[in-house]
Ligand binder design. Structure first.
Ligand SMILES: Nc1ncnc2c1ncn2[C@@H]1O[C@H](COP(=O)(O)OP(=O)(O)OP(=O)(O)O)[C@@H](O)[C@H]1O
Ligand SMILES: [Mg+2]
Length: 341
């Protein structure tokens, strides 16, 4: 059956194309993993081998930040890891076929160190040495497809007119622009005109201009004006850095903003306005975090006990497990208890 509207046709066609792209990316990544040795993957910059945990701390809205560095002296080998990449953490020994010990997002990259924000804390301590693999990012595809499906099936609601206007099924509507009492006194006449036009538009207003001519400055003024008249505004852009740019300027103007997005992908100046940071600072969160930490500690202790029953933990020397066994004060592993006796 042919699609019943241009919107449906657009959504179905792009969903198909996105699925093809996703399959191709997964195949490419699997082909690479299967056909290349760990050393070759490392040479291509998509894997880092022989890492150890240099530091582990809490940050970024309660997430655990793991600082990894080479087990040997010196810097990390040349690689293509960047802040925002999704990575799998695994023991360096063994194949990549098994499930990852943990998945994380790269937060910071330094010559010798790479810091990652764990999605979920693992049940057991990491089995060093570790390897880090860049993995195909399925989340982006899933979100794109969900977005297209919502576009296809959305017929009623506040964005229905916008949807039809964007697809040329309806002409954009707007009131006559009213003279602007600008909040930013430095705006020139063309920017004031653009902001007044945007505020009067019902569905859409397009501000177009050559690079560096003040479009973002005008958009920030339009947002401030909309907020001042009581609107709630969702500001989005094609890249994180473009959203951060707007967020920084709005924050500087004293607008109450919440930056949605993974904290590891945000500019440092905007992180404190991120949803994660605001939740962390909220009343009650401290108590919830304390409870969570206690639960995590209990989970780790019980993992140590399980390992203790089967002797020295795999891949750990007694020197490494002794402090953990001692601090858990419950059942020291066989090697530690032998040593203490
Ligand atoms: N009316 C103005 N008077 C003086 N400086 C301005 C004015 N409007 C913008 N600027 C400055 O010009 C520079 C570029 O502005 P802005 O970032 O708003 O431009 P843009 O069109 O969004 O740029 P891009 O194309 O790179 O996204 C900034 O430094 C901004 O502070
Ligand atoms: Mg801009």
């Amino acid at each position: 059956m042919p699609p019943s509207s241009p919107i449906e046709a657009f959504a179905l066609k792009h969903a198909r194309l996105i699925e093809l792209e996703r399959i191709a990316e997964i195949e490419e990544s699997a082909r690479l993993q299967a056909s290349l040795s760990p050393a070759e993957l490392e040479a291509r910059g998509v894997t880092l081998l022989r890492l150890k945990v240099a530091d582990e701390r809490s940050g970024l809205g309660g997430r655990t930040l793991l600082v990894l560095e080479p087990t040997r002296e010196g810097d990390l080998p040349a690689h293509r890891f960047q802040p925002g990449d999704i990575v799998a953490i695994r023991p360096a020994k063994g194949s990549t076929a098994g499930a990852a010990t943990a998945t994380a997002v790269v937060y910071r990259v330094l010559p010798r160190r790479i810091t990652v924000a764990l999605d979920v804390d693992p049940d057991e301590p990491f089995d060093e040495p570790l390897r880090l693999d860049r993995v195909a990012n399925d989340v982006t595809y899933r979100r794109l497809k969900e977005g297209l499906e919502r576009l296809r099936t959305y017929t009623r609601g506040p964005a229905a007119r916008l949807r039809e206007t964007l697809f040329g099924l309806r002409d954009p509507q707007g009131d006559a622009p009213r003279p602007l009492a600008a909040l930013d006194a430095s705006l020139d006449a063309s920017q004031r005109e653009a902001v007044a036009f945007a505020l009067a538009a019902k569905e859409i207003a397009l501000i177009h201009g050559p690079p560096g001519t003040g479009k973002t400055t005008a958009a920030v003024e339009a947002i401030r004006q909309a907020v001042a008249r009581g609107d709630r505004v969702l500001a989005c852009a094609a890249s994180n850095i473009a959203v951060d740019n707007v967020a920084e300027r709005l924050a500087a103007a004293g607008v109450r903003i919440v930056r949605v997005g993974h904290p590891a992908r945000l500019l440092p100046s905007v992180v404190e306005r991120s949803l994660d940071a605001l939740v962390e600072a909220a009343e009650g969160t401290r108590i919830a975090l304390d409870v969570r930490r206690e639960l995590e500690q209990m989970r780790r202790n019980s993992a140590v006990r399980r390992r203790a029953r089967s002797g020295t933990p795999s891949g750990m020397s007694c020197a490494a497990c002794a402090p953990r066994c001692a601090s858990s004060r419950i059942v020291p592993c066989a090697t530690c208890s032998a040593r203490r006796r």
